[in-house]
Design a protein around this ligand. Structure first.
Ligand code: ATP
Ligand code: MG
Length: 419
């Protein structure tokens, strides 16, 4: 039996400690290396049964590394955490499936506070992953402003793009995100098992490599890249009062709100890069303050809201309900859809909303009330009639919406009473 920073391995089994922190990324990588490569085990048990907390910043590189060995024929068996919540997290976050695809199905989690780990290997799957994170943010956070959303989307694009551009990772990249609604905070983690930032920048001093990487204009190739991605993301995260961490090679860069920047070295090695970005979306004027290149402000054009919703008539946005959700049965889903509509209306600042019901043949009365009854109550009859247009509404659906609105009109103080 060998131990390494609390991670224990031997006889084709790797056992994880109670609370593995990101500092355990390197011992974890070493354990996989020894068991799967040096000792050549083709069946490996990963024992999480003693774990009590697991962070995305630890699990996503673990997912990336296991995918690397799966390609080489290794079959991982999981001993899941004993606690019910952490066990569910393994399924919901898609970790179980990505680490052990032969034994676990892909996640069916449909909530919006977490976006499960997504594996991407090309521009198309990368953009789909970024879109699903922005979509989750629109559904779960409130009072968003367009600038913060743009800053978040820009950073997500840059960090995920770096994997495809620079890492030479044979398994591509992995991204996962969570939203924290009380504080309007979004955290995302991107991991790969490629060559790592120091090697890409051809710097043997790994601490210096990370220090340089977050500076404006630092890139491996000035002919093809501007060197803005990590710099801009670092600015957005730290100026918002969030967090920005990189773990790559022998070094980690740790920027936390209210603390001075720390860059630390580790004897152990992690081949690849993990970037953790936490952005407080409620920060005022975040885009204008944080995204400046060559002293000039940068306003990313053609963002998610524009692409998805603003394509039609000027001053009007269209929401195709069928594309927003698969189920129209519950108050909870209604709440998410309503929250998203509110965010789109405020961030877009348009005056008219078209709700397209194409392909929607049945909705529950609680969904109708949560979305349209509530909208009617908040806007009042005149605004509701002039600003909202319904398109392609089936007659059954129309009568359910009518009823929800009548009930709201009869009981203006009602607050989701018909549960
Ligand atoms: N995942 C990664 N793997 C390996 N190297 C990376 C990774 N991410 C960043 N790098 C290295 O860090 C450098 C700086 O990255 P950054 O995103 O700031 O700029 P860039 O990608 O070169 O240019 P831009 O983002 O403006 O197109 C990259 O040129 C590359 O050398
Ligand atoms: Mg980049």
């Amino acid at each position: 039996m060998n131990t390494g920073n609390n991670i224990v391995w031997g006889n084709g089994r790797i056992t994880f400690p109670q609370n593995p922190s990101p500092a355990a990324i390197r011992p974890m990588a070493r354990a996989f290396h020894v068991v799967c490569e040096k000792q050549g085990y083709q069946e490996v048990s990963l024992d999480f049964s003693s774990c009590e907390t697991l962070f995305e910043s630890f699990m996503l590189p673990l997912v990336a590394i296991s995918q690397l060995y799966i390609r080489n024929g290794v079959d991982f068996k999981l001993l899941l955490p004993s606690g019910h919540q952490l066990r569910s997290l393994f399924h919901n976050s898609n970790w179980a499936h990505l680490i052990s695809p032969r034994h676990y199905d892909p996640t069916t989690y449909e909530g919006k506070h977490h976006v499960p780990a997504i594996h991407y290997q090309n521009g198309q799957t990368q953009h789909r992953a970024v879109d699903s994170i922005i979509d989750a943010v629109l559904s779960s956070l409130t009072n968003l402003n367009r600038g913060s959303l743009k800053a978040l989307e820009w950073s997500l694009n840059e960090i995920t793009d770096n994997v495809l551009n620079h890492s030479s990772s044979s398994v591509g990249g992995f991204v996962q995100a969570s939203t924290f609604s009380g504080r309007n905070v979004v955290e995302f983690v991107v991991a790969d098992t490629g060559i790592g930032i120091p090697e890409s920048l051809r710097m043997s001093d790994h601490k210096r490599a990370l220090e340089e990487a977050i500076k404006e204009g630092v890139t491996r190739d000035k002919n093809t890249n501007a060197g803005n991605g990590l710099f801009g993301s670092y600015q957005i995260a730290t100026i918002s009062g969030g967090q920005f961490h990189i773990h790559s090679g022998h070094a980690s860069l740790l920027a936390n709100a209210g603390e001075t920047l720390r860059i630390i070295e580790d004897k152990a090695f992690f081949r690849g890069a993990v970037v953790v970005v936490r952005i407080d979306c409620s920060a005022e004027h975040l885009l204008e303050k944080a995204l400046r290149f060559g002293g000039q402000p940068h306003d990313p054009p053609y963002d998610y809201i524009e692409r998805r919703f603003e394509g039609g008539e000027p001053d009007e946005i269209t929401i195709k309900l069928r594309e927003e959700t698969d189920s129209f049965g519950s108050r909870e889903v209604g709440r998410l859809v309503k929250n998203k509509i509110d965010n789109i209306m405020t961030t877009s600042r348009v005056r008219r909303l078209v709700v397209d019901f194409d392909g929607v043949f049945i909705i529950s009365s609680s969904f109708a009330d949560e979305v349209f009854g509530r909208m009617f109550a908040e806007m009042g009859p005149m605004d509701f009639m002039t600003k909202i247009e319904f398109k392609n509404v089936d007659s059954t659906v129309r009568s359910l919406i009518d009823r929800a609105i009548f009930q709201r009109a009869a009981n203006p103080g009602q607050n989701g009473a018909s549960k």
